[in-house]
Design a binder for this molecule. Structure first.
Ligand code: GDP
Ligand code: GDP
Length: 432
């Protein structure tokens, strides 16, 4: 199967490897040293907006020394042969060099889409340094900072637009191919089995049992109008007459293991008993796992008006650290409210994998700051470094107070509709 190929060219030290690492990020790329081609040719597989592609880093092709001329063109020519898009990386702090001119000449002759990348533009004040590179005749320069991730998302958007249309053999990225998995967790007797059987008892659903990820466990895949969902470790929940659950402790341990393997968790709470200490412990553990969570208040049918007000307060109070999680009030017994669960899960998982446009992110952050500036500090630039969960890095002149971070998180969450998905914000400042 052939994936689109992105070749990275440029003279040494402009930041090619840094850029590749930035693009591939923490997405656990498959690193393949390709034997036979050249020792230094590195191919990394990654994906962007659901398309997979190979990045060919030509890092070590050009050694300093004699015969630079020949080597420059050889490097460029070999890299662009077969590449769908070429990223020509240069260094804003150095400016246009003779070697850049030579690479550019080769690239102009080649009939390949080229993106003119000017690296080391670490702040917007340095943006004008990039303009000079327009004279290399390879289109408008894209100013990035590979080191800080600045504008790298925009660059990838530009790459994405230049990729050839996907061939029939090109499979979707693993993220989209994978059936999202859900862990249903909660103390014994809160109504997990009743709820689960109600979910799969729906006429629309086609249900398959599949071997689970651990020995003895059985997962259940449910077809929904929005695609399949895998429920993890459902053996106990599917049986009509349940096996003895074992001790409360044992079932807790097992529940925690399912959380680690799942893309999202449903925390089922017996609303008639309130939020107990055990519920809190489970919630904390889910929070640590960092996956999206839905708080399901079951047995709502048993609650009178007073108890309903009380349970909402308890959730706000005892599960405050899951503040972003939606709270669904249901009765598994009567089926009331149950139909909202699967759409809510789908939405949570979608948001978990989402990547937002860098420009729009910065607009949101700037607008938030204009409306309510932080005391003595300023976010200069924001970037989304990763998904699963969406992780944002804020580059600031000083450390930001925690309440202000929460304010920015809320603004980002609201603007992009991240809903129940946990977000991570990291701050990089000169003084912290
Ligand atoms: P390569 O030889 O082209 O692969 O370059 P490297 O990725 O090894 O980077 C060369 C040097 O430039 C390293 O010291 C990097 O830390 C630095 N560098 C890379 N990108 C940036 C950037 O965006 N800004 C700054 N200030 N330095 C960078
Ligand atoms: P699990 O141990 O968490 O799987 O809990 P079960 O599904 O076995 O339910 C425990 C008990 O709670 C059973 O007697 C269920 O009939 C009852 N139950 C479950 N859901 C509800 C509900 O929404 N309302 C009421 N009143 N009872 C429920």
């Amino acid at each position: 199967m052939s994936l689109p190929v992105i070749a990275i060219v440029g003279r040494p030290n402009v930041g090619k490897s840094t850029l590749v690492n930035r693009i591939v990020g923490r997405r656990e790329a498959i690193v393949e040293e390709q034997p036979g081609v050249t020792r230094d040719r590195k191919e990394l597989e990654t994906d962007w907006r659901g398309r997979r592609f190979l990045i060919v880093d030509t890092g070590g092709w050009m050694a300093a020394g004699d015969g630079l001329d020949a080597k420059v063109s050889e490097q460029a020519e070999r890299a662009i042969k077969g590449a769908d898009v070429v990223l020509f990386v240069t260094d804003a702090t150095v400016g246009v060099t003779e070697d850049d001119d030579k690479v550019a000449a080769v690239l102009r002759r080649a009939k390949r889409p080229v993106l003119m990348v000017v690296n080391k533009v670490d702040s917007e004040h340095r943006e004008t340094d990039a303009w000079d590179f327009a004279r290399l005749g390879l289109g408008e320069p894209t100013a990035v900072s590979a080191l800080h991730g600045r504008q790298v998302g925009d660059l990838l958007d530009a790459v994405f637009e230049r990729l050839p249309p996907p061939g029939p053999e090109e499979l979707p990225a693993d993220d989209t191919l994978k059936v999202p998995s859900i862990a249903v967790v909660g103390r014994p007797n809160v109504g997990k089995s009743t709820l689960f059987n109600r979910l799969i008892g729906d006429d629309r659903s086609v249900v398959h049992d599949q071997p689970g990820t651990t020995r003895d466990s059985i997962d259940t895949v449910v077809e929904t109008p929005d695609g399949p969902i895998r429920f993890i470790d459902t053996a106990g929940m599917r049986r009509k007459s349940k096996i003895v659950e074992g001790t409360e402790y044992y079932s807790l341990v097992r529940a925690l293991q399912t959380v680690d393997r799942a893309d999202a968790a449903m925390l089922v709470i017996d609303a008639s008993e309130g939020v107990t200490h055990q519920d809190q412990r489970l919630a904390e553990r889910i929070d640590v796992a960092g996956s999206p969570v839905l708080i399901v208040l079951n047995k709502y049918d048993l609650l009178g008006a007073d108890a309903r007000a009380e349970i909402s307060e308890e959730v706000a109070d005892r599960l405050a650290f899951l503040g972003y999680a939606p709270v669904l009030k249901i009765s598994a017994l009567t089926g009331k409210g149950v139909q909202r669960l699967l759409p809510a899960i789908q939405e949570a998982i979608e948001a978990y994998h989402r990547r937002v446009p860098t420009r729009e992110l910065n607009e949101v952050v700037q607008a938030a700051q204009a409306q309510q500036p932080a005391p003595n500090a300023r976010v200069l630039y924001a970037t989304q470094g990763a998904t699963d969960p969406p992780t944002f890095t804020l580059f600031t002149n000083r450390a930001l107070p925690a309440p202000y971070l929460r304010y920015l998180e809320r603004r980002i969450r609201e603007h992009f509709g991240f809903g129940p998905t946990p977000l991570k914000l990291r701050v990089r400042s000169r003084t912290s």
